[in-house]
Ligand binder design. Structure first.
Ligand code: 8OZ
Length: 363
């Protein structure tokens, strides 16, 4: 295989991607009034449409699902209509876009929550983590454990948001099962001490993720449903005593559901790839569809892993923030723009839609 294959089309289920480079979901905290996509969101995503696939920033399935200031939702009519501008902008430039559906669970703060109520979680275990609220970082609030009879409502909120996504022109949906948020809180025993059908065994801890994914896939088609996982990440101050058998099981079950891709954060989210021992090849071998590799990839590593057959698609995160035409730059060997960390979260156009494309690029 040659380096070229990264830049050749790839068939993701029914969707033809122009290349194998995926824009990772990136939280930017720039939602507008009513948590609809912000004023510049369509421009921002449209500028990045030369990615083979864009996965949007994490997007709330309900008011209950929010944990950070100014992150968008996909549950009100206004939000739904706001996303139409984004999908249109990406499609007008020949791009493909999935929306990442999100419930933060215990990573939240009472000041953001409907009625100032406690965040919901599998168990009443507070994370030693902070969230961005009231324009600053604050400790997350003490959560309460979801009652067994509340769980179908969570599944239903994911399903409804998936229906909204398809109605507004997304090419598919990614279930956010990673980074210490609600679905991962159920999966990992450091956050889940339940004794009902959603806690304890490997099967029980995987149950909510699998129920949500099945419900989403019923709305969108499994061939338009991806799932993101982070088996060994401690993002959100979470731990898991048995990640290998837990995630081997999940990969098998997601494969049986026919999910189109597994998006795997290999190592510590945004950190070292070798933070803990884990056999990621084991997930790939258990999952029959597309494997989307994430975490610290550059062109060299992506090419190496592609030629070894270790992954099909490769997610790039921060480089896409500062390089709207990242694919062209990687393909031509052009230098990359540097990232301004000060404008990552919150603010307006600066650091969002003003990173320059190459002079001859169409980004
Ligand atoms: C950075 C800041 C806030 C949220 C994730 C949705 O880690 C996030 C996130 C990232 O998945």
């Amino acid at each position: 295989m040659t380096d070229k294959t990264l830049f050749e089309p790839y068939d993701l289920g029914p969707i033809r991607l122009a290349n194998r480079i995926v824009m990772a979901p990136l939280t930017r905290n720039r939602a507008g009034t009513g948590l609809m996509p912000g004023e510049y969101a369509a421009t921002y995503y449209g500028q990045r449409a030369s990615a083979g696939l864009i996965i949007t920033e994490a997007t709330q399935i309900s008011a209950d699902a929010q944990g950070y200031q100014d992150t968008p939702g996909l549950y009100t009519q206004q939000q739904i209509e706001g996303w139409r501008k984004v999908t249109d902008a990406v499609h007008a430039r020949g791009g493909r876009i999935f929306v990442q559906l999100w419930h933060v669970g215990r990573i939240s703060h009472v000041d953001l929550r409907p009625g100032g109520t406690a965040p919901v979680a599998p168990s009443a275990i507070r994370a030693a983590a902070k969230t961005f609220v009231n324009n600053g970082f604050h400790d997350v609030s003490e959560p309460r454990a979801l009652a067994l009879d509340e769980i179908p409502g969570i599944v239903e909120d994911f399903r409804r948001a998936a229906a909204n996504a398809m109605a507004v022109g997304f090419d598919g949906v990614e279930v956010h099962g990673a980074n210490g948020y609600l679905l991962e809180q159920f999966i990992k025993d450091g956050a889940n001490t339940r004794t009902d059908a959603y806690g304890g065994s490997i099967e029980n801890r995987a149950r909510l993720l699998l129920e949500v994914t099945a419900a989403v896939a019923k709305e969108t088609g499994a061939e338009r449903t991806g799932v993101r996982l982070s088996p060994v990440s401690s993002a959100g101050a979470i731990s898991c005593s048995d990640p290998q058998p837990q995630y081997d099981y999940i990969a098998e079950q997601l494969s049986a559901l026919g999910v189109v891709y597994l998006h795997v954060v290999e190592g510590a989210t945004g950190g070292p790839r070798d933070s803990a021992p884990f056999d990621f090849d084991s997930l790939r071998s258990r999952f029959k569809n597309t494997y989307l590799a994430n975490n610290g990839y550059d062109l060299e590593l992506a090419n190496a892993r592609l030629s070894e057959g270790k992954a099909d698609l490769f997610a790039f995160g921060r480089p896409f923030i500062s390089n709207p035409d990242l694919v062209e730059r990687l393909e031509t060997g052009a230098p990359l723009n540097a990232l301004d960390p000060a404008t990552l979260y919150g603010g307006g156009a600066k650091g969002y839609i003003d990173y320059p494309a190459l002079a001859n690029s169409n980004a």
